[in-house]
Design a protein around this ligand. Structure first.
Ligand code: GRF
Length: 245
């Protein structure tokens, strides 16, 4: 089964005991799965917004450019565009309440998200504009199986409105980055990057639009490489993806 290879041997959603809570029934469910190779690589997509990266990924899966299927879409925003796009495409889509915090999922919500993803037998969790920080319990349960796309060339301009940060800083080239998610802010190993020029006449919105075009090419290409089992992690380096492929 293709998975990102880990030099340190940490497990993914299938690792036992990743969640200590006895009420985390999804772990039971995974333990009962037969150990045969799956017929397809399954994606769980999390988003809070309009879902343009999700749509690009779904189209690439349908067209066979990404050897994967989107098993489920989850959102913390009840009327998020990503949920309606998913439903139009006949993909299971659910709003799950984020809980009591403004910027992260609370513990109960994390458990609920993780349960849904495990029930859906996902191999990879794709954050596509998900505006909540994911913390310890969730990331331990899905170690090296969660990826995100960020609108800058990391490590430059982590955090919010990265395209505005780039414009205000005056850089001539910015772009987008797909990286594994760790418990920092946009700090996990970089899998792939795409450069985007900053033009003299750019405004925040023209630059953002150009970066988003690049995102819609980069994200499916990275997911395809992961689905083919081509990416491995060695310390801080994720090796195996080249944007030319
Ligand atoms: C993307 O532009 C990405 O950079 C950021 O969130 C945005 C989501 O946009 N992580 P969309 O919902 O995919 O259109």
């Amino acid at each position: 089964m293709p998975q990102p290879q880990q030099s340190n041997g940490t497990g993914g959603p299938r690792s036992q005991g990743a969640w200590e809570s006895p009420c985390f029934t999804g772990v039971q469910c995974l333990r009962k799965r037969p150990l045969k190779a799956p017929t397809s690589y399954r994606l769980g997509v999390l988003g809070s917004g309009r879902g343009s990266n999700f749509v690009a990924l779904a189209e690439a899966c349908t067209a066979g450019r990404v050897p994967a299927e989107i098993a489920i879409v989850l959102s913390d925003v009840e009327d998020a565009g990503i949920l309606s796009h998913a439903r139009e495409l006949g993909i299971r889509a659910e709003y799950l309440a984020p809980g009591r915090f403004r910027t992260k999922l609370d513990e109960e919500a994390e458990r609920l998200y993780a349960e849904r993803l495990i029930e859906s037998r996902v191999d990879l969790i794709v954050l596509a504009g998900f505006m909540r920080i994911l913390k310890g319990g969730f990331l331990r349960a899905f170690a090296s199986r969660v990826i995100n796309i960020h609108p800058s060339l990391l490590p430059s301009f982590p955090g919010l409105e990265a395209w505005k940060q780039a414009l205000e800083h005056g850089v001539k080239v910015t772009g987008c980055t797909v990286h594994f998610v760790d418990d920092g802010i946009d700090s996990g190993p970089v899998i792939g990057q795409s450069a985007v020029p900053v033009r003299d006449g750019d405004t925040a919105s023209t630059l953002h639009a150009r970066i988003q075009e690049a995102e819609r090419r980069l994200y499916p290409a990275v997911v395809a490489a992961l689905a083919r089992g081509e990416v491995r992690v060695e310390g801080r380096r994720a090796i195996g993806f080249s944007h030319e492929q």
